[in-house]
Design a protein around this ligand. Sequence first.
Ligand SMILES: Cc1cc2nc3c(=O)[nH]c(=O)nc-3n(C[C@H](O)[C@H](O)[C@H](O)COP(=O)(O)OP(=O)(O)OC[C@H]3O[C@@H](n4cnc5c(N)ncnc54)[C@H](O)[C@@H]3O)c2cc1C
Length: 466
Amino acid sequence: MPPAAASVARVSVTDAQIAELLEAVGAEDVVLAEPAMEAYRFDWARTPAGMPRAVVRARRAEQVQAAVRWAARHGIPVVPRGAGSGLAGGSAAIDGGLTISLDRMTEVRIDAATRTAIAEPGALNVDVKKAAAAHGLSYPPDPSSFEICSIGGNVATNAGGLCCVKYGVTSDYVLGLDVVLADGRLITLGGQRVKDVAGLSLTKLFVGSEGTLGIVTRVVLRLVPAPPPPATLVALFPTVRAAAETVVTIGGELRPSLVEFMDGRAINITEDFLGMGLDREAGAMLVIQCDAPGPARGAEIARVEALCEAAGATEVYATDDSEEGEAFLVARRSFFPATERLGALLIEDVGVPVPRLPELLDGVADIARRHDTDIPVVAHAGDGNTHPNLIYDPKDPAARERAEAAFADIMALAISLGGTITGEHGVGRTKRAALPDQLGSDVMSLNVAIKHALDPQGLLNPGAAF
Ligand SMILES: Cc1cc2nc3c(=O)[nH]c(=O)nc-3n(C[C@H](O)[C@H](O)[C@H](O)COP(=O)(O)OP(=O)(O)OC[C@H]3O[C@@H](n4cnc5c(N)ncnc54)[C@H](O)[C@@H]3O)c2cc1C
């Protein structure tokens, strides 16, 4: 297993140093009691985590600066934290370190004239969406966790989601950032302008940097006109292969706004949880949405239907009713809570170029057999991004070993298919060991050099990403 946050060498912080922190940040915004800090230790990956020495719950960027300056002065590691919904252990606390939580910086302002949202990092994705919708605008990136994840966390992980197949990922919408650097300086990158090529693309550098280069304290997001309501199609296939090949065909011809996949095992686990009448015999299910304007939408969904039928779908159902369409997505969105009940989880988010999706899914099934591990798969299939979830009994060390071996094999498989070890969740602490295999030594050392230039003491989220 990759090194846990808790395994970063423990630092001892003296009472005098804590008194200095309270003075610098304001005692009312610093949590020191262990029971209260428990809520800031883990993310949803539940990787091992330490007990922080203090948690700063910042209300303003100046407090983030003061806390980072304090940490830099005393050589104390800092873990930035959004809403803690991460699936890669990125915000897992470091023993004796400082966690800076942005959960109280939640303001969102919409500027309709420039079609931008100016958001504090702790604002939830759903709140940005709601604020944009009130102006007839849309913020498209939609991780399944959109109701529980923060915009700062989305920026730090370059979060994806269901509609990325048509609308792109978080970085496609980030126009500007305020970032607190490792020495406490606050910089502003980009702004409310659509085009800006002055200097290096530093805004993009910070997007997806997983809290290792700086702490985001303000985000300027591009908004787009709200798309029309989608038509939805659900198709059942006898095999994973038939569904995956259909995804490839559709991707080569059409531009749907969502293409989600569940394999037979994932369907059964979800049906056990929801009891909504899913077909337990199906080998795989696709949920596809098209949101082209006017009559083009109907034509697109009809073509999807024809392609599914030609590929041997055993059942196809299409609806124009967006509420009914949303109900079909409930199954897909419920997969994670349904799986969580079954044991401990190792969650992958490997991605491949779309035409390699059938090989990836076949390969994962083979790995599951070889390592005797239960690995249901769901996927944002339209962009080749899959979530094999490895379930094991936490009380059985041999089962855990098999799951860990399978976890490594799946990442190696994705790399061998020209893919990535992480399409959207980030490297975090769970995939760190495999990063050099994907990047190669030259690119890996360039990553390390950039990290060193921005954080020479290595205090920002050590143990995460690289
Ligand atoms: C049920 C479920 C479904 C999910 N579905 C998706 C999905 O479809 N697509 C997807 O991409 N993800 C998904 N996720 C994963 C997760 O929601 C995303 O990674 C999200 O972007 C994390 O946001 P957060 O606010 O919870 O960040 P956290 O978990 O708190 O942190 C994540 C990382 O960002 C860093 N960070 C957080 N805030 C800041 C900041 N202000 N400045 C610098 N660094 C910061 C942390 O140090 C950490 O490395 C899902 C998670 C769950 C539980």
